[in-house]
Design a protein around this ligand. Structure first.
Ligand code: ADP
Length: 510
């Protein structure tokens, strides 16, 4: 069919119009070609029957790394990765389908094999009487990365929010709950009703707490300064719970007021600990006052007692009568007992009130030798002997030498006193892990199971008649000294067969 068949014998007027029409069409095509070539996106024209790429713009060639001619030899399937074969593909977006444009996200494979996240806008165009598919392909790598980063940061925020041990409430401008987190196993934060989104905060909390919140939210809005306060509630039966509350402003993307965030923290344990610390320091103060009192009174006793002792000594020298001398001896014994008691009380009071002990490293076996030498005087009067076994020459411990001397002397003295004449007492010193173990073994009268339980209690004496001149404070003082040195003391005993006192002290440089 020729042009003449369509418009037979055109008039000059019609011919001019026709020429104008042709010129317009040519212009439109030029404009299209211009747009096609210079579009910021990649454009692929595809034959919808064979799916061959029939044309591509310069950006398509540049983006996918092919020359235009190479692209024209490919089928669309060679570069477009179908939705379901790529896991992270977000799938079809159908929104514009009705208008004849299909919009979807997928991946395009470049010539070098790398993938590019893209959004394809597919439509159909008619050119030269043929319907062709026009794929406008937009690189959305940056958008995808941003979405992933946003998602990740949201996740991070949510997991932080959810791992809090607090009760966090996010309120909107009107005081309704937008979001909340209540720590699991938190004991409910004393909430009165079950919490849920969309509810006003004042329905959740006791009226007085809600009123406090109102005041603080008002001050926060006036000043912009984060508000903080503590409050307590009493849970039945009589259990007091303490909370710390922090309220801060939330702003929207334009910096305007969006609501507030309230964080409730259960501080009951902290409060209890503070209370206990206070009670403990009051108790320490009380013990110290008592200790000072005992020390003062004891010193007051000492002077008259020493005067009495001197007088007894002088009277003894001038007296010839045996009966009177015997009476004096009884007085002397009692005064000695009171002196012993006062020294023990002074020692006990010092050990209980001294908060800082000046500890120094010292060698223990040397100290034990000194104790044994001192104890020999007593042993000699009873024809007893003391056998010392050292596993090694030197054991270094940290502590106060005189106090450890005092404790060990008491143990060895007891071993001698409660063993028969001519008995042998054994003292072993050995290493036990990080400790030095001192064993004081006697073949004496031993202790019953009952006595073993109370032996370290102050004033505990098994046979009061036999130990009339002693107060029963020696072992409790010894135990206190060893414990101050971070050690331990134990006893094993068989009635009638003897006892073993074991002392553990931490070794240094071991
Ligand atoms: P004290 O200071 O009066 O000597 P201790 O506290 O040292 O008192 O001892 C308390 C009591 O424990 C003694 O009166 C005695 O009955 C008993 N006891 C202590 N050591 C031994 C021992 N090695 N064998 C048997 N009994 C002992």
């Amino acid at each position: 069919m020729s042009e003449n068949d369509l418009i037979p014998n055109p008039s000059p007027d019609e011919l001019t119009k026709l020429r104008q029409r042709v010129a317009e069409l040519e212009n439109a095509e030029k404009r299209y070609l211009n747009l096609f070539e210079n579009a910021g996106d990649a454009i692929l024209i595809v034959d919808p029957v064979t799916f061959t790429i029939v044309d591509a713009n310069a950006n398509a060639a540049r983006r996918f790394g092919y020359s235009k001619d190479e692209l024209k030899r490919l089928q669309i399937a060679d570069i477009e990765i179908p939705q379901d074969t790529h896991q992270s593909n977000s799938g079809f977006v159908w929104e514009s389908f009705a208008s004849g444009v299909i919009l979807y996200e997928c991946y395009y494979r470049r010539k070098d094999g790398s993938l590019m996240a893209v959004e394809v806008s597919r439509s159909y165009v008619v050119a030269g009487g043929q319907t062709l598919q026009q794929n406008v392909v937009r690189d959305i790598t940056a958008r995808k990365e941003m979405q992933a980063a946003l998602h990740e940061s949201e996740e991070r925020l949510r997991s932080t929010f959810e791992s809090l041990d607090d009760f966090v409430v996010v309120l909107d401008k009107t005081g309704l709950i937008l979001d909340y987190h209540i720590a699991p196993h938190s004991g409910g934060f004393g909430l009165q009703v079950e919490i849920f989104k969309g509810r006003p905060y004042w329905e959740l909390l006791p009226a007085e707490v809600s009123a406090m919140l109102d005041d603080h939210i008002q001050s926060l809005m006036d000043s912009g300064v984060v508000q903080e306060f503590d409050y307590s509630i009493t849970e039945p039966p009589n259990q007091v719970m303490w909370f710390n509350v922090k309220i801060s402003l939330r702003s929207d993307s334009e910096g305007g007021f969006a609501g507030v965030t309230i964080v409730f923290r259960d501080i009951t344990e902290r409060r209890d600990a503070e209370q206990q610390r206070l009670a403990y320091s009051l108790e320490r103060e009380r013990v110290k006052l008592l200790g000072d009192f005992i020390t003062n009174v004891s010193h007051e006793f000492k002077t008259p007692l020493s005067v009495i002792m001197t007088k007894i000594y002088l009277m003894e020298k001038t007296m010839m009568n045996e009966k009177e001398i015997e009476k004096l001896r009884i007085i002397q014994e009692q005064v000695t007992y009171i002196n012993h008691l006062i020294s023990a009380m002074l020692m006990m009071s010092r050990l209980n009130t001294d908060s800082e002990f000046a500890f120094e490293p010292f060698e223990l076996s040397g100290l034990v030798r000194e104790v044994v030498v001192t104890a020999h005087q007593l042993a000699a009067t009873r024809q007893q002997s003391i056998k010392l076994n050292l596993q090694q020459d030197s054991f270094i411990v940290l502590g106060k030498k005189e106090d450890v001397h005092h404790a060990l002397y008491n143990l060895i003295e007891n071993a001698l006193l409660f063993s028969p004449n001519e008995a042998t007492i054994t003292v072993n010193i050995l290493s036990k892990g990080n400790y030095v173990l001192l064993e004081i073994i006697d073949p004496g009268i031993g202790l019953s199971k009952e006595d073993v339980q109370f032996i370290f209690d102050p004033f505990y004496r098994v046979d009061k008649a036999r130990t009339a001149r002693k107060a029963g404070l020696g072992l409790s003082i010894a135990k206190k000294i060893i414990e101050i040195h971070k050690g331990a003391i134990e006893v094993t005993s068989t009635l009638g067969k003897g006892s073993t006192f074991a002392v553990y002290l931490p070794q240094i440089n071991h």
